[in-house]
Ligand binder design. Structure first.
Ligand code: F6P
Length: 311
């Protein structure tokens, strides 16, 4: 396989990803390069620090959000209808009249870990048409992608034909690292979110069962890093459940959970809120949250059993 055949753009076209969608993915992948660079050259995203002119510096979350928005806004080879970002309270209409796709983004997931020099990520969802228009995630999402800023910068995407991983090389190319990542349950990892003292009884029983089966605990505090861990090792489960006083859990459906659920399903795994597939939910508002159990089938099916509500 020669070098050009292994870069993201070629991979997208070889997989017959439609041209405008290819361009959207390429644009977002380009933004991630800038975000990675800003992370590596920053003072750990400290809020309230001042630049050399004495001006208050934006946090890295805000910078990442600006990079993504401006690169979509100033793009001329295609138009995106709308952008919804976890950093903004409302949908930004970019070219409502001409674009085919809309984008959701969590610009810097896990950003509170930056001062400890831990891995963080960006999560992207690409939807056909409008956002929040009463469709399920399964009906509107056409592609999902995340970028993990770790010891290496890696990108994982699906456009409905498997899940593929790329690594950013030294000259700015996304080079194919692994095709068809698969959640086949070979490895037993569990990443249990939420405070144990606030878990429901059903969730605690589920985790006890998982622990009895000898799963290894791995929880980083960044959703992208934890889900990537499952994908790279081939199995296990990440959960962030309903907790006391917060039946909706912590994580956001539109920005975080549905894009990652699409990736999990495309890798042969699953994602549920305990009652329903995450992709079958209809996001009603931008900051809607949901409990999540995501990973390989064995563990997600077990979660359904403990939460008692069938599939
Ligand atoms: O959504 C933000 C986030 O930082 C996720 O990346 C992560 O999985 C989760 O919150 C961590 O939450 P907690 O600090 O409660 O474990």
């Amino acid at each position: 396989m020669n070098y050009t055949k292994r870069v993201l753009r070629t991979h997208l076209s070889n997989n017959n990803v439609e041209q405008e969608l290819r361009r959207v993915i390429d644009n977002l992948a380009g933004s991630a390069k800038y975000i990675g660079d800003v992370i590596r050259s920053s003072t750990h995203g400290l809020a309230g620090t001042k630049n050399i002119y004495g001006e208050e510096q934006a946090t890295l979350d805000v910078l990442a959000d600006t990079i993504i928005r401006e690169r979509l806004q100033f793009e001329t080879s295609f138009h995106v209808q709308a952008l919804a970002s976890e950093e903004q309270g409302q949908i930004v209409q970019l070219k409502a009249d001409s674009g085919r796709y809309s984008v959701t983004v969590d610009p810097l997931d896990g950003s509170s870990l930056l001062d400890a020099n831990l891995s963080v990520g960006s999560i992207f969802g690409i939807h056909e048409g409008h956002l929040l228009d009463e469709r399920t995630g399964r009906e509107s999402l056409v592609a999902a992608m995340y970028v993990l800023y770790g010891p290496e910068t890696t990108l994982v995407y699906t456009a409905g034909q498997g899940v593929h991983e790329f690594t950013l090389d030294g000259v700015g190319n996304w080079v194919l690292a692994q095709e068809n990542l698969h959640l086949d349950g070979k490895r037993k990892i569990y990443s249990p979110g939420g405070k144990r003292s606030e878990w429901t009884t059903n969730h605690r029983d589920f985790i006890n069962d998982i622990e009895k089966q000898g799963h290894t605990l791995r929880y980083s505090g960044a959703l992208v890093a934890d889900v990537n861990h499952l994908l790279k090792k081939g199995g296990g489960i990440f959960s962030y459940p309903a907790v006391q006083g917060k039946p909706e859990g912590k994580l956001r459906l539109l920005f975080e959970l549905q894009p990652l659920a699409m990736i999990a399903e495309q890798a042969g795994g699953a994602a549920t809120d305990g009652k329903e597939h995450i992709l079958n939910l209809v996001p009603q508002q931008l900051d809607q949250r949901s409990p999540i159990y995501i990973g390989s089938h064995f563990e997600v099916d077990l979660a359904y059993q403990y939460l008692g509500l069938g599939k």
